[in-house]
Design a protein around this ligand. Structure first.
Ligand code: ADP
Length: 761
C-alpha cells in the first residue's frame, strides 16, 4: 500500500473537491508556516480536510491539493491558491501546530461501466443545464467547462463544486469515493434543487408580478396625483377662472357654447403641446370681445353742438352731418350709423374731428390705419389653424376699446393696395356694409360679431384714390385747405385754449395777436392744415416757460417771435423777374400745393421735346399736347413753322422735388411755350390753371380753394380759370376779395388775346 506523508490543512467551513480550485487568505502564523513547509519540502503539495482538526479521524477522506500560488499581502496575510488533485484516505496524523501532517493512502475508486458512465454523464449534464437555467446567478460558461467531460468521477466533482448546496452535503460528496453513488446523490440533489429553484422562480415571478403591478399602480397613482395636482391648480387658478369668466360673459348662446367646448379641449391639452397656446389665445380673444358691452350715447343735440364747436373751428359740413344724424336717430329711434369719410389734405383736422365726435357723443374711440395694407387677413383676421394667427384689425380694435358701439376711425383708406394676397377694400366692405356688418365674421374669431352699432369714420387724402366699391357706400365729406385767416381763427378759437391748459399758462401769458399769428403762418409754415403751426405754437409755449423761469430774458411773445421761432423760413411773395418763356402754374397736392414756374427754352435741333421737373405721365402728355396745339394753330399765333423744325424744345417745371402730375397745367405750358416762340414775356403776377384740349378748349380743374389761396399768398394779381369752374368758386370769394382778379376763360384764344395779341402789331 502506497503511503505518503503530507502537511495537513484543516478548515471546517470550506469544502475542497478534487476538481476545485480555491483561494484562501491566511492570517494564522502556524498555517502560514505550514504553507511554507509544503512549498519548500513537498513541492507545494498538502492534504486538505474539511473538518475541525479535533474531529479528524483515521480513514477520513480528504483531498490532496497543490498550492498554485502564494502571495504576501500588505496586511501581513498571505493569499494562496489551492488546486484539488484527488481523494486520499488518512492513515494517521500527527498534530503539532505548524507542522501538522498526515500519512495518507490512495483510495480505491470502484470501476464503472463506460456506457453507464456516459449515460450518467449525459443525464447529469442535462439536469445541470436545467439547474443553470433556473439558477440565474450562475453563468452559462460553466457548461463549456463540463461539456467534454464524460468521466463521472470527475464530472460529479465538477458539478458538485458549482452547486450551491449545504456545506455538510458537500462534505458528503468529498467523503463518497464511489462515483456512481455520487451520481445518484447529485441526481437527488439536482432534482431537489431544481424543484426548489422552480418554486423559487415561480415565487419570484409572482412577487415580481405583484411588485410590478404594485409599482405600476403606484407610478400611475403618482402620475395621477401629479396630474390631479396640476389640474387642481389649474382648476383653482386658470381653468376655474376661465370657466367663471365664461359663465359671467354676457354673450350670445352660440358663443358660450363654443367657449365651453374650447375650454374642454384646453383642459385636456398637454401643457407642452403648441396647441395649448393657440387654444388659450382663442379663448382669451372670445372672452375679451365686448359682445354686449355698450356705452350710453349722448343724445342731447345742443351739448353735442357745443362740444364740437369748442374743439374744432369751422368744419361745418362735418358738424352739420353729425347733428343731423343724432337728431334723426333721436327722432326715429333708428339704429343706423352713417359711414362718414372725411377727405382732404393732412393736418386739416380729419382725425381730430373724428375723435371730437366720439367725445361729443360720449362714445369710446378707437383708431386703426389701413394705409399700405395689401392683405385681406389684416382686416378679417387669419384662420386659427395658422401659426401666429391673430384677429384682424377691426376685431383687435373692438377688443382694445372694449365696447361694441365706439367711434371707429379707419385712417388712410385711399392708401390700401390690392395684390395677390387679396383686396383689403372688399374686406372692408364686409365691415362697413350695413347689410353684412351685423354678422361680421373674423376668420380668427369664427363667430359672428355685430358691428352695426359701431360708428365708422374713415379718412383719406384723395377722393379719387378711394377704392370704387367703397366709395359707393360712404358719405364723403371733402375738407379743403385752410386759408391764413381760417388758420388764424382756429388758433384763436381752439388751439390757444388747448395749449394754455396743457402748459398751465394764463390767458395773458399766452395771448397772440392776429398779426403775430398771421406772421407765423406766412413766414414759418407752408401747409394745408395746421399741424406745423401747432408744433410752432408748442415751441413758443416751451420757450416761454424757459424764459419765464429764467426771468432775465424778455418774454413778450408778440414782439419777439423771431426770438422764439428763429429766422423766418418763408418770405412771400417770391418775386421773379418777368422772363421770356416763363409762366406761373398752380399745383395742388395734399401737402398744400405750390406755385410752379414753367420754363421753356429752345435751341437749334430738329423738333425734339425734352422735359424735366419730376413729371408724371399726364404732365408729359400735356407738354406734347400744348406743342401740338400751338403747331396746329401756328398761323393764328403768327409763328413760322420753321421754328418747330429747326429747334429742339426743353420744358422744365421748377420748385420742390415732389412729383408733378395732373390735368391742370396745360394752359400754363402753352403760355410758356408761346412766350418763348413769340419772344414775349408774361408778367410774373399772372397765373393760370386749366387743361387744354387740341381745339384750345380749357377744361375744368379741381382744388380751387387751395389754388386761390396759393395765388393770393404768392402775390398773384390775375388768375385765369376755366369758365366751367365759375360756379365752384363762389364760396371762396372772401378769400380773394380785393386781392385777385379772376378771369374765366373758355378757350385758350381768350388768354392769347389778352397776353400776346397786343404785342402782335
Ligand atoms: P388730419 O387727420 O387731417 O391729418 P389732424 O386731425 O391730425 O389732421 O389735425 C392736426 C391738428 O390740427 C390737430 O391737433 C387738430 O386739433 C388741429 N386742427 C385741425 N383743424 C382744426 C380745426 N378746424 N379746429 C381746431 N383744431 C384743428
Amino acid at each position: 500500500m502506497l503511503k505518503t506523508n503530507l502537511p495537513l490543512l484543516t478548515l471546517d467551513n470550506i469544502v475542497l473537491l478534487p476538481s476545485s480550485k480555491i483561494k484562501l487568505d491566511i492570517s494564522d502564523s502556524n498555517t502560514k508556516k505550514l504553507i511554507d513547509i509544503a512549498l519548500n519540502y513537498f513541492n507545494g503539495h498538502l492534504f486538505f480536510v474539511s473538518n475541525d482538526i479535533d474531529k479528524l479521524k483515521e480513514n477520513q477522506i480528504g483531498v490532496i491539493t497543490k498550492i498554485s500560488m502564494r502571495l504576501d499581502l500588505p496586511n501581513g496575510n498571505i493569499k494562496i491558491g489551492l488546486d484539488g488533485i484527488g481523494r486520499a484516505r488518512v492513515l494517521n496524523y500527527s498534530l503539532n501546530g505548524s507542522t501538522n501532517s498526515v500519512t495518507i493512502t490512495k483510495v480505491d475508486i470502484p470501476q464503472v461501466d463506460p456506457i453507464e458512465s456516459l449515460a450518467d454523464a449525459r443525464t447529469l449534464k442535462e439536469m445541470f443545464n436545467d439547474y443553470l437555467e433556473n439558477k440565474k446567478s450562475l453563468g452559462n460558461s460553466i457548461l463549456n467547462s463540463i461539456e467534454n467531460v464524460n468521466d463521472i468521477n470527475i464530472l460529479t466533482d465538477m458539478i458538485t463544486d458549482f452547486m450551491s448546496i449545504p456545506l455538510n452535503r458537500k462534505k458528503a460528496y468529498v467523503e463518497e469515493i464511489n462515483p456512481k453513488k455520487r451520481v445518484l446523490m447529485l441526481v437527488d440533489d439536482l432534482n431537489y434543487e431544481l424543484s426548489l429553484l422552480e418554486y423559487e422562480n415561480s415565487l419570484d415571478s409572482a412577487i415580481e408580478k405583484n411588485l410590478e403591478e404594485d409599482q405600476k399602480k403606484y407610478l400611475l397613482k403618482e402620475k395621477l396625483k401629479i396630474i390631479q395636482d396640476e389640474l387642481g391648480i389649474e382648476e383653482n387658478s386658470d381653468v376655474k377662472i376661465l370657466q367663471d369668466k365664461i359663465n359671467d360673459l354676457d354673450c350670445p348662446i352660440r358663443v358660450r357654447k363654443k367657449l365651453n367646448e374650447e375650454l374642454e379641449r384646453y383642459k385636456l391639452c398637454n401643457s407642452n403641446s403648441p396647441e395649448i397656446g393657440i387654444l388659450r389665445n382663442y379663448i382669451d380673444t372670445l372672452l375679451s370681445l365686448p359682445w354686449s358691452v355698450s356705452t350710453r350715447e349722448n343724445m342731447d343735440i345742443e351739448s353735442i353742438r357745443k362740444s364740437l364747436d369748442e374743439s374744432h373751428y369751422g368744419l361745418l359740413d362735418v358738424k352739420e352731418r353729425i347733428l343731423e344724424f343724432m337728431a334723426t336717430k333721436k327722432y326715429t329711434k333708428s339704429k343706423n350709423n352713417p359711414i362718414i369719410c372725411l377727405v382732404g389734405p393732412p393736418g386739416i383736422g380729419k382725425t381730430s374731428m373724428a375723435k371730437a365726435i366720439s367725445v361729443a357723443l360720449k362714445r369710446k374711440c378707437v383708431k386703426i390705419s389701413v394705409g399700405g395694407i395689401n392683405d385681406e387677413a389684416e382686416i378679417t383676421g387669419h384662420r386659427r389653424a395658422y401659426v401666429g394667427a391673430l384677429p384682424g384689425k377691426i376685431i383687435t380694435g373692438i377688443m382694445k376699446v372694449g365696447v361694441n358701439n365706439p367711434v371707429f376711425i379707419i385712417d388712410e383708406i385711399d392708401k390700401m393696395t390690392k395684390d395677390i394676397k387679396g383686396d383689403p377694400a372688399s374686406s372692408l366692405l364686409e365691415v362697413l356694409d350695413k347689410e353684412q356688418n351685423e354678422r361680421f365674421v373674423d376668420h380668427f374669431v369664427e363667430e359672428e360679431f355685430d358691428l352695426s352699432k359701431v360708428m365708422f369714420i374713415l379718412t383719406a387724402n384723395y377722393t379719387s384714390q378711394i377704392p370704387d366699391e367703397l366709395k359707393d357706400r360712404l358719405e364723403i365729406i371733402e375738407l379743403s385747405s385752410y386759408t391764413s385767416l381760417e388758420k388764424c381763427a382756429i388758433v384763436k378759437n381752439c388751439l390757444l385754449k388747448k395749449l394754455r391748459l396743457e402748459y398751465h399758462l394764463t390767458k395773458s401769458e399766452l395771448n397772440l395777436s392776429d398779426e403775430s399769428i398771421l406772421y407765423i403762418i406766412n413766414h414759418y409754415t407752408k401747409e394745408s392744415g395746421i399741424r406745423e403751426l401747432e408744433r410752432l405754437l408748442r415751441k413758443i409755449c416751451r420757450k416761454y416757460i424757459c424764459y419765464k423761469l429764467d426771468s432775465k430774458k424778455s418774454i413778450n411773445i408778440n414782439k419777439e417771435i423771431v426770438n422764439y421761432l428763429g429766422k423766418e423760413k418763408y418770405t412771400t411773395p417770391i418775386n421773379y423777374e418777368n422772363s421770356i418763356g416763363v409762366m406761373n402754374a398752380l399745383s395742388y397736392h395734399p401737402l398744400g400745393g405750390e406755385l410752379i414756374k414753367i420754363e421753356s427754352t429752345m435751341y437749334p435741333g430738329d423738333g425734339k421735346v425734352t422735359s424735366s421737373g419730376t413729371l408724371g405721365d399726364m404732365m408729359r402728355e400735356s407738354i406734347n399736347l400744348s406743342l401740338a396745339y400751338i403747331k396746329s394753330h401756328a398761323k393764328e399765333f403768327s409763328i413760322s413753322f420753321d421754328k418747330f423744325r429747326e429747334n429742339d424744345f426743353f420744358v422744365h417745371l421748377t420748385n420742390s422735388g415732389l412729383k408733378k402730375d395732373g390735368p391742370s397745367a396745360g394752359v400754363s405750358i402753352t403760355s410758356s411755350l408761346l412766350s418763348l416762340l413769340k419772344n414775349v414775356s408774361i408778367s410774373n403776377d399772372i397765373a393760370m390753371s386749366g387743361e387744354i384740349s387740341l381745339t384750345g378748349k380749357i377744361l375744368r380743374v379741381g382744388g380751387l380753394k387751395e389754388k386761390i389761396i396759393l395765388a393770393v399768398e404768392n402775390g398773384i394779381k390775375k388768375l385765369y380759370l376755366p369758365e366751367e369752374n365759375k360756379n365752384d368758386i363762389l364760396e371762396y370769394t372772401s378769400i380773394y376779395k380785393d386781392k385777385l382778379d379772376i378771369v374765366f376763360v373758355d378757350n385758350y384764344m381768350d388768354i392769347y388775346k389778352e397776353l400776346f395779341k397786343k404785342t402782335k402789331k
